[in-house]
Design a protein around this ligand. Structure first.
Ligand code: SME
Length: 167
């Protein structure tokens, strides 16, 4: 079945995010290949969230974050733990929301249009596998609704993606 996100363009954002989570689970549950599911997860976020310019993954390999599947402009390939918003998130192991990236010391700019950012750590059984990073060209784009929706999306991903296979 072909994907048509325009079907939901006039929906209330809460309703759109509900469909996003249902569709994400629907797609991921049908595929066993973790890389394919990771790639589709970044595309799902990119398709359903308005005003974002980058969505993707950095995977923790030999104690460094290495670029994984993403949608958006070409990005920096390696980030050290503690560096940038992604490295900070990996160090803290908690969701980091940056309303204005210009005010975040050490922010790594990949796309000059990025103004705000949310990064979620990917943790399973206490092991950190990487981060999910989303950027927006709008200041303070990520509210508690986006945070909760992305946390729910990450739970779905962890059900159907074996991150051990990817690092
Ligand atoms: N801004 C991130 C780097 C990754 S790009 O946004 C895709 C950071 O500061 O870690």
């Amino acid at each position: 079945m072909a994907f048509n996100v325009d079907l939901y363009k006039n929906f209330k954002v809460e309703e759109k995010y509900k469909i996003f989570l249902e569709e994400l689970e629907n797609y991921l549950s049908k595929e066993k290949d973790s890389l394919a599911n990771l790639a589709n997860s970044s595309a799902f976020i990119y398709a359903f969230f308005e005003n974002i310019n980058w969505s993707g993954f950095y995977l923790l390999k030999e104690n460094e974050l290495v670029l994984g599947p993403f949608c958006g402009m070409p990005a920096t390939t390696r980030i050290k733990i503690g560096e940038g918003v992604c490295g900070y998130t990996a160090e803290k192991r908690e969701v980091v929301v940056v309303d204005n990236v210009c005010e975040f010391p050490g922010h790594i700019a990949c796309d000059v249009r990025s103004k705000s950012e949310i990064v979620l750590p990917i943790i399973q059984n206490d092991i950190l596998y990487g981060v999910l990073d989303i950027d927006s060209g709008v200041v303070a784009r990520f509210t508690s609704l986006e945070k909760e929706t992305l946390e729910a999306a990450l739970k779905i991903m962890l059900k159907y993606i074996d991150f051990k296979e990817l690092i």
